[in-house]
Design a protein around this ligand. Sequence first.
Ligand SMILES: [Zn+2]
Length: 201
Amino acid sequence: MPLPALFNFRLTMGEQQLLRIQNALLKFRDTSPHEYSIAIRQYLVVPEDPELQAIQVLYYWHKNWPQRQNIRFFLYPFVRKRLEASVLLKPAIEAAPDSIICTMALEAIQDFEAILDFRRQYIAHKKEQRRLLKNSREMYYTVLSIRNGERCAKCRSKKRKLVLDHILPISRGGLTEILNLQLLCEKCNGKKRDNVNLVDN
Ligand SMILES: [Zn+2]
């Protein structure tokens, strides 16, 4: 089954940028350890200097690099707040004199914008697919039990209570439609793991 378009989501910043950013942050720390530590500790306190703002953005990007494949991480409200705080710094950083730090920060912000956009689409997708299931639960149940019999699609048991299950989970882009639904007993449904990871990158 092809992955839904929603999940064709790629970040533009890669390993190479990570190294460049690490070097830039190290260099900045050497020249101004105090300001660097302010930037990284008080992320939500916006400094006046656009270059320090850029450092904050890069620090945040750098810090969360290992999380870049994890959808759940990006769904946390505190992550959204910080991504939005970074995006708000964009005009000031754009207006600053050209510097490597600022250019890299703008690239990072581009990624943050992509993540925020993905996040919005992802939440809307989940909401809509759950709504569809809620509205037509009985219809899907009836159609599936006529098609496959009123039994678990995995263990074939007829004894336990059956629930509707998305073959490709909603959280991985699955849709509420008959081809993506099956009846599972509560036991088999409980065993099914709902892994959520960005597929790519
Ligand atoms: Zn079963």
